[in-house]
Design a protein around this ligand. Structure first.
Ligand SMILES: C[S@@+](CC[C@H](N)C(=O)[O-])C[C@H]1O[C@@H](n2cnc3c(N)ncnc32)[C@H](O)[C@@H]1O
Length: 291
């Protein structure tokens, strides 16, 4: 009987189905940090186990060692994507941290609408958009503030590293319970009910382009952004990577552009001198830039 089979047969009550050794965990943590920037501390060990066990079962594998051989083989590229997808935390919501959308509507949109009417392009980015609820909320906020936006040069880029979340975002179908997080007037105007699920209407969808983008890789942008939402994404990265990414966000934000971050995140590194706080976890890119 091989070791893995023996482990399963002899598994005492409450014991784990598979053995995740220190070496396995270290290999997974290194791979995830290199591929996605996500910092898996020892405290995340149970989470890693519970999320990856499904991948082992999917491939009918009996131990983590064989799974890691698969992931690191040239044929394992697809599985590496699935591993990253399994490890990413995709918690999100419509109108999550609603003060950001109030700020966008009241303090930012009047100026952006005026600029669009003068013929200027306006661009927004939801960086780490998960299953799309954040960029759809941005689109509803923009439409509410400026219903004629479709006539102008406006676009929201919504990107994520997790292709499974991105597929859900593109499909744009959500349980009615999820959509109930949006204010009633928004639901009635910008969503269509289809039995147990709801979807954003075409007018909302048309404002968003969904793209795969790993924040660690090159950002292939031709234009700078007026508004960036990167909320509850950098919290999974270490301090040094967070600092580097805040600097990169400044480099793609127009002077006077806005950056919104998650409630438990803090601007760090050289970007602190280029971003002025204007509301709770809301920052304006000030001219003069990074010192
Ligand atoms: C907790 S969700 C946040 C979703 C949304 N921004 C919000 O606040 O509701 C974090 C998202 O960041 C994405 N993510 C993690 N690492 C990433 C990376 N290196 N590049 C791009 N996206 C990443 C995850 O896939 C996940 O969908």
């Amino acid at each position: 009987m091989n070791l893995a089979v023996q482990q399963m047969v002899e598994r005492p009550e409450g014991a784990r189905e598979f053995l995740l050794t220190d070496k396995h965990f270290a290999t997974i943590a290194k791979l995830v940090r290199e591929e996605a920037g996500i910092n898996l501390t020892e405290a995340k060990r149970d989470l890693v186990y519970s999320r990856l066990v499904k991948r082992l079962r999917r491939h009918a594998l009996t131990d983590f060692g064989t799974y890691l051989d698969l992931v690191s083989s040239p044929a394992g590229e697809m599985e590496r994507r699935e591993l990253i997808s399994a490890i990413t935390t995709n918690v999100t919501n419509f109108y999550r941290e609603p003060h950001h959308f109030e700020h966008l509507e009241r303090a930012v949109m009047p100026e952006l609408a005026a600029r669009m009417m003068k013929g200027e392009p306006v661009r927004m980015w939801s960086a780490g958009c998960s299953d799309g609820r954040e960029p759809y909320t941005m689109a509803c906020t923009v439409l509410k503030a400026f219903p004629e936006v479709a006539r102008y040069n406006f676009r929201i880029l919504a990107s994520d590293i997790d292709h499974n979340s991105l597929a859900k975002a593109k499909e744009g179908r959500y349980s009615n319970e999820m959509v109930d997080k949006a204010p009633a007037a928004i639901r009635e105007r910008y969503f269509r009910r289809l039995g147990d699920v709801s979807e954003p209407v075409q007018q909302v969808r048309d404002l968003i382009a969904f793209r795969y983008l790993n924040l660690l890789h090159e950002w292939p942008f031709k234009q700078k952004f007026d508004v960036i939402f990167c909320r509850n994404v950098l919290i999974y990265f270490d301090q040094e990577l967070q600092s580097r990414l805040f600097t990169r966000f400044c480099s793609v934000l127009k002077p006077g552009g806005y950056l919104y971050i998650g409630h438990s995140e803090r601007i760090a590194g050289p970007a602190t001198s280029a971003l002025r706080q204007v509301a709770v976890t809301s920052y304006k890119h000030i001219t003069g830039g990074i010192r």
